[in-house]
Every structure is written in C-alpha cells, then in structure tokens.
Design a protein. Structure first.
Length: 228
C-alpha cells in the first residue's frame, strides 16, 4: 500500500462516523498539511459515496489538527442521480478542527461536457526542469513525500531575484510511485517560500503559514504519475 493511502485510511464506526489516525509524516512544522487532513475527510466520503468521484470539495480549517486519532462525522445532504452532496466534520478530543462540504458524481460524465477558459497549466517539458530541494534545515517533513521539478528558467529567476510574476512551472509526483490524482493536487499547495522567491522576494523564509480554507475542483482523472 502506498504511503498516502495508508495514512489516510479510515474505518467505519457506525451512524456515518469514521475513525482514523493523523500521521506526522505529512507535517509542515508541528502540524499536518491542510491538504492531507482534508484527504482524511475525503476518505470517509469515498466510502459513503462508493464508486463516485469528487467533483468539488471545500474545506474550512477551524483550528490546528495534530498527529493522532481523529473522527470524521459524515452528514449526507443529498443522494441524487447525477450529484451527491455531504458535509464532514473532523474532530479531535471532541473539538471540531475542519468542516468540509463536497459534491460527488461521475467524472466520465463531466469530462464529455467540460470546457476550459484559459485554465491549462503552462507547458514545460520535464527534461527542462530541475529537481527542487529546499535549503538545508528548511524542508518540512511532508517534502520527503514528493519529488518536485521546477522549470530551469523559473529556478534561475528564484536564484537571482529577477522576477515580474509569482509563477512557478514544473512537475510533481509521489516519491513512492503512487499515481497522481486529486489527492496529489490538494496536497501540493503552493510553497510560500518558493512563490516568494519566484516573485523576487528574496530567500527569507516566511515561517509556518496557516491555512484558513481550501477548495478543489476536479475536471478529469489523471492517467499519469506526474502532475504539471
């Protein structure tokens, strides 16, 4: 079993409740990455809406989550022919830390009708990208779960501080070879230090950044191990 699947696994506990465990392997500093915490809620939703795909998922982070036991309480709002919607409350020690609202359906039906409005990621060949390593002593634990490759042009801009936009192009993948999906997209939120340096903000670390909310919309299934 891949690391991500192992560390997001939840067990049904009856009446829409699921039990899981928050792993420290996905930490940014002392707290777990928000996208990883969201994946625990989605693991409960995947069992609630078996066979369906996540179409839209929005999370609001109410307080920090800590490594250790966690409960996911699912409230099904609607089960429809095309779309099913539910809320999930993630709780630790009786206190809610995350509230999630999600709609599930079938991506194969959505893919036939989808349209993009300037939404295609910038084109960049993997062979033209450099392996991105955080400066020594500044890499969070979660960084060990991914391989990130940055376009050589963007890497040069980050080194020189000569930049006119906060754009970083490249490719990411799980280091253990797990296929890419919406889970990888929600986990790999923009690195504040990387974006700051890409915009010419220098090398100073911004410290731990708190996540207030996160929204993910899926447009199709990935058939590759990398995301661009």
């Amino acid at each position: 079993m891949y690391e991500f699947d192992r560390d997001r696994y939840v067990t049904p506990a009856g009446s829409g409740s699921f039990q899981g465990n928050v792993s420290p392997l996905w930490n940014v500093g002392p707290v777990p990455n928000g996208g990883y915490v969201l994946s625990l809620a989605m693991a409960a939703l995947e069992q609630t809406f078996a066979g369906l795909d996540p179409l839209t998922v929005t999370a609001h982070f109410l307080r920090p989550t800590a490594p250790g036991p966690i409960e996911a309480a699912v409230e099904t709002i609607k089960r429809g022919r095309n779309f099913s919607t539910a809320m999930v409350a993630l709780r630790q020690d009786g206190k809610e830390s995350v509230r999630v609202l999600a709609t599930y359906g079938r991506l194969d039906a959505v893919e036939a009708e989808r349209e993009f409005v300037d939404g295609t990621p910038p084109a960049v060949a993997r062979d033209d990208c450099l392996l991105w390593n955080r400066p020594k002593g500044m890499a969070p634990e979660i960084a060990n779960r991914f391989e990130s490759r940055i376009a050589s042009e963007d890497a040069k801009r980050m080194q020189t501080g000569d930049a006119d936009r906060a754009e970083v192009r490249g490719w990411i993948r799980f280091v253990d070879g797990r296929a890419a999906d919406v889970g990888l997209a929600q986990l790999h939120l923009p690195d504040p230090l990387l974006v700051r340096r890409a915009a010419g903000g220098g090398r100073r670390d911004l410290g731990r950044q708190r996540t207030a909310g996160c929204a993910v919309a899926a447009a199709g299934r990935s058939a590759a191990h990398h995301l661009r």
